[in-house]
Design a binder for this molecule. Structure first.
Ligand SMILES: Nc1nc2c(ncn2[C@@H]2O[C@H](COP(=O)(O)OP(=O)(O)OP(=O)(O)O)[C@@H](O)[C@H]2O)c(=O)[nH]1
Ligand SMILES: [Mg+2]
Length: 358
C-alpha cells in the first residue's frame, strides 16, 4: 500500500517535472515547481530560489504563490525538525572552510545540508561563497548538500528577505541543517541573527575585539564563540584568547535562551574541535527545546518577518503609480540636496493628497 502510494507520488512528480519546460517560471507551472521542490529536485529548488530573489515587481506575485503553495503542501511539523545555523566572523577567519567541514560531518551523521550566504557586497566581489576562493569543493558537489551562492544584490534588505525565504524552500526540499555564512559587515550579522536558531561567531587568536574588527554587539549576539585555526604554532595562543573571552563573557548578561555562551577552540584544516562543537550545538538545542526558547525565538522571528514584508510591500505598492513615483523622486532630490529633512520628506510623501483640514 505504502509502496503503491509512494510510486504514484513519484509518477506525479515526474509528470510535474516534464511540464516544467522553460527555465522561466510561470503562473501555470507554479504547482509543478512546488511539488518538484518538495520532492528534493535541486535544479527546481535553484529555480525557485532565483524566483524569490528576483527584484522584478512582476515576479513577486509568482513568488508569493510558490511560497504559499509549498506551505500548503508541507507539514508544519517538518519545520521543527530543521536547525538553522548562522556563521559569522571577519573575512579570512575561515568561515567557508569551517562550514565545509561541519557540513560533511553533518552529512556523515545522516543529515542533508544546505549552505546559503548573506553577502550584500556580493555584486562587487562576485559572490565570495562560490567565487574563486570557495572552500566548499567537497560540499558543493555532494549529493546530500546544496550550496547556493549569494544573491546578486547589494541591498541588504532584499538579500536578507530572499535568504530567509530560501531557507524555507531548502527545508521544504528536505534539507534539515541549514547553514548561513555571513560576511562581517555589521548589518548583515543582525539580519542573519534574526533568521537562524544558533548564531556562531568565529574568531582568530589575538587581542581584543578592536583588533578583530568585531563590535561588542556581535559578541553579544553569539550563542557560541569559536577561536578558529587552533592548529600548529597557534594552539596555545588560541587557548589564551578563548580564556580571555570566557572571562569577559562573565560580565555579559545571560542570553535570552538561558544557556551560557561557551568559548571553544577548533581547527577545520586538522578537523579538531568540530565534534565538540556539534555536541555543544545539540546541547543548546535540547536546552532551548525543553525551556521553550526554541519555539519562542522562531515565533518572534516569524512575526517580525511578517512586519518587515508588510512594510516593504506597502512601500512598493505606494510607489506603484507614475505620479507617486515622480513625487517620491522629487522629494528624494530635496533630501539629497539637503533642502528637506529625510523624515519630513517621507512624511509628506506618505500623507500626500490627504485633506489638510482633517
Ligand atoms: N591554519 C588554518 N587555516 C585555515 C583554517 N580554516 C581556514 N583556513 C585558511 O584561512 C583562509 C581563509 O579561509 P576561508 O574559509 O575562505 O575564510 P572565510 O572566512 O570564509 O573568508 P571570506 O569568505 O573571504 O570572508 C584560507 O587560506 C584557509 O585555508 C584552519 O582551521 N586552520
Ligand atoms: Mg567564505
Amino acid at each position: 500500500m505504502t509502496n503503491r502510494k509512494s510510486s504514484s507520488k513519484e509518477h506525479a512528480v515526474d509528470a510535474a517535472r516534464k511540464r516544467i519546460k522553460s527555465n522561466r517560471l510561470e503562473s501555470s507551472n507554479i504547482q509543478d515547481i512546488a511539488r518538484s521542490v518538495i520532492a528534493g529536485h535541486r535544479e527546481d529548488l535553484a529555480k525557485a530560489i532565483t524566483l524569490i530573489e528576483s527584484e522584478l515587481a512582476s515576479d513577486r506575485p509568482l513568488a508569493q504563490r510558490l511560497l504559499s503553495e509549498i506551505k500548503t503542501l508541507t507539514q508544519s511539523s517538518e519545520e521543527n525538525k530543521t536547525v538553522r545555523i548562522g556563521i559569522t566572523g571577519i573575512p579570512g577567519v575561515g568561515k567557508s572552510t569551517f562550514i565545509e567541514r561541519m557540513g560533511i560531518d553533518l552529512i556523515n551523521e545522516g543529515h542533508r545540508v544546505a549552505v546559503l550566504a548573506v553577502d550584500p557586497s556580493s555584486r562587487r566581489t562576485r559572490g565570495s561563497i562560490l567565487g574563486d576562493k570557495t572552500r566548499m569543493d567537497e560540499l558543493a558537489v555532494h549529493r546530500k548538500a546544496f550550496v547556493r551562492p549569494s544573491p546578486a544584490s547589494d541591498a541588504l534588505g532584499g538579500v536578507a528577505r530572499a535568504t530567509m525565504e530560501a531557507i524555507l524552500l531548502c527545508e521544504a526540499a528536505g534539507f534539515d541543517r541549514i547553514i548561513i555564512e555571513t560576511v562581517g559587515v555589521g548589518q548583515s550579522e543582525i539580519a542573519v541573527r534574526d533568521m537562524v536558531d544558533v548564531f556562531i561567531l568565529l574568531l582568530i587568536e589575538g587581542a581584543g575585539d578592536d583588533v578583530q574588527g568585531i563590535k561588542r554587539g556581535i559578541v553579544e549576539m553569539a550563542d557560541l564563540i569559536i577561536v578558529h585555526k587552533a592548529d600548529g604554532k597557534r594552539i596555545d595562543a588560541c587557548e589564551t584568547t578563548a580564556q580571555s573571552y570566557r572571562n569577559a563573557l562573565h560580565l555579559f548578561p545571560t542570553p535570552d535562551g538561558g544557556e551560557v555562551v561557551d568559548v571553544m577552540t577548533a581547527s577545520s584544516l586538522e578537523n579538531k574541535g568540530h565534534k565538540e562543537v556539534r555536541t555543544k550545538i545539540n546541547h543548546i538545542i535540547a536546552v532551548w527545546k525543553s525551556n521553550g526558547w526554541w519555539l519562542t525565538q522562531r515565533t518572534h522571528q516569524r512575526s517580525d518577518r511578517m512586519t518587515s514584508h508588510a512594510s516593504e510591500l506597502l512601500f512598493l505598492k505606494q510607489l506603484n503609480t507614475p505620479s507617486s513615483a515622480k513625487q517620491w523622486q522629487a522629494l528624494k532630490d530635496d533630501v539629497i540636496n539637503g533642502t528637506r529633512s529625510a523624515f519630513s520628506a517621507a512624511w509628506d510623501w506618505v500623507h500626500r493628497g490627504e485633506d489638510k483640514n482633517d
